[in-house]
Design a binder for this molecule. Structure first.
Ligand SMILES: [Zn+2]
Length: 473
């Protein structure tokens, strides 16, 4: 009998990792990094609950670090199988993982240099060489094409509409001639979102593993452009700088696109946009190279590339980044990481937060325990690099730009599932959000919905024998 073990993103939003075992074979779906609370982050350092050398393959849903960030370490620990992902995910993953390796190496070096660590020396989770070894195992698989892993496992990717290359994975487990279908949602995007396409609806399966980041919330319907226009005008009237922490992949491109729209529509006078993130620059190049993945081509808006627009300035080196410290408004700085969990944005926060003319604009989900969450919760003083930083700048939350479906959209995503699955496992949400979505699925659809805990293991009973093959689009 197949078994499914929840090794991450159980009652939390990070660290996605699911282990499927059947017929003596093992398959991991996602292997993400834990982020946020220290107790969670320590799990990144823990020995895996399985022998990485005995895992046959990995299937990654998308490129966010909380879905792929443990891959290089697993390779270092002996994993040698193929790592399946979509073609765009492969390109983006290389950029993201290399950046993560550099950030960890830089942060460790900074802590060691300043004597700010109790560990001597502080170490990165993985390094550039680990990433290069991992990337050699990546195998791109396009959306909609069934992929055989071995005699036991096969899978098909479906567009999850979450960001470029993001997919849900329909995994089929064949054991003793009987098939069990397990549908992993990955991160499900929004309907009618900026740039990204609508998610493909969930398919009927024996089991569903469903994300619940916003399982207890409804995204407000305030138009994003109106909110952004207000924030820009207020900040610029004060002569301030608008600081935007943004995930380099997806969110940074959306923000450049939205600001370009405001200027094009004549709602805001042109202003310099400083993209202070080598990763965001690389990611935008990949976005432009995969026009099929977006609703609009980033590379051809008004006949020019957004990235090379007259007002967009790109900053790759550390010196270029530091030169921004003395810059006066009006101007925008886009930098990562999106949850203020590390990276150059921390230096900009240290410089900009103590001044009331500036604005910090949060543009995405902030996990509990992150600096972004503390700022959103109204902290007057925050700790950055072990120093106190006063928060006098305006802190705002740009609503409606989330890459995740809200509770109602998750129900819409499930609407094509007619026959009740044997169970729906609600994951990738903080405990309350997961419980709320599970309750709603049970109430509105009558499906058995559970919220697994970290380490939970369930036996999966196979579907009916002789069921016809799923349709290939
Ligand atoms: Zn994601």
């Amino acid at each position: 009998m197949a078994r499914l073990t929840f090794l991450g993103a159980a009652q939390t939003v990070t660290g996605s990792q699911y282990l499927l075992e059947a017929g003596g074979e093992r398959l991991l779906v996602d292997s993400g990094m834990f982020q946020g609370e220290k107790e969670l982050r320590l799990r990144n350092w823990a020995e895996p609950e399985f022998d990485p050398a005995k895992v046959d393959a990995m299937v990654l849903t998308h490129t966010h670090l909380d879905h792929i960030g443990r891959v290089p370490r697993l390779v270092k620990q002996g994993f040698r199988g193929p790592v399946y992902c979509t073609p765009a995910t492969r390109e983006l993953a290389e950029v993201l993982l290399l950046d993560a390796a550099h950030l960890q190496q830089e942060d460790a070096a900074y802590l060691n240099r300043k004597g700010l660590t109790r560990h001597s020396p502080a170490l990165p989770l993985f390094e550039e060489t680990d990433v290069n070894e991992a990337m050699a195992l990546f195998r791109p698989v396009p959306l909609g094409r069934p992929q055989e892993v071995n005699d036991t496992f096969s899978f098909t990717y479906r567009d999850a509409g979450h960001l470029l290359g993001a997919a849900s994975a329909e995994v089929r487990v064949l054991e003793d001639g009987r098939e069990t279908r397990v549908f992993f949602s990955g991160d499900v995007g929004r309907f009618d979102a900026v740039l990204t396409k609508d998610p493909e609806l969930a398919l009927e399966s024996d089991y569903l593993v469903v994300e619940s980041t916003y399982g207890n919330r409804t995204h407000p319907a305030i138009p994003v452009l109106d909110q952004l226009e207000g924030v820009l005008k207020r900040t610029f009237a004060r002569g301030g700088v608008l600081l935007i922490p943004a995930f380099a992949v997806g969110r940074a491109q959306q923000m450049i696109y939205l600001m370009d729209q405001l200027v094009t529509e004549g709602r805001v006078r042109a202003f310099p946009i400083h993209v202070d993130s080598p990763m965001a620059i690389d990611a935008t190049r990949i976005y432009a190279a995969h026009p099929e993945g977006s609703k609009v081509s980033l590379n051809n808006i008004g006949g020019r590339s957004l990235l090379h627009g007259k007002w967009v300035h790109l900053h790759r080196t550390r010196a270029e980044s530091e030169a921004l410290n003395t810059m006066k408004g009006p101007a925008v700085i886009i930098s990562s990481s999106g949850m203020l969990a590390g990276g150059r944005i921390l230096h900009h926060c240290r410089v900009r937060l103590p001044h009331p003319e500036n604005t910090l604009l949060i543009t995405g989900f902030q996990a509990a325990g992150t600096l972004g969450r503390a700022l959103l919760d109204g902290a007057h003083v925050v700790r950055i690099h072990k120093g106190d930083v006063a928060v006098l700048a305006e802190v705002r939350d740009l609503k409606g730009l989330s890459g995740h479906a809200d509770a109602g959209e998750m129900m819409r995503w499930l609407s094509a599932v007619r026959a009740a699955p044997k169970a729906v496992f609600v994951t990738h949400g903080e405990a309350e959000a997961a419980a709320a979505l599970a309750a709603r699925i049970a109430r509105e659809r009558g499906f058995e919905a559970r919220v697994p805990a970290h380490g939970d293991r369930v036996d999966l009973t196979p579907g009916e024998p002789g069921r016809p093959d799923p349709e290939v689009p």
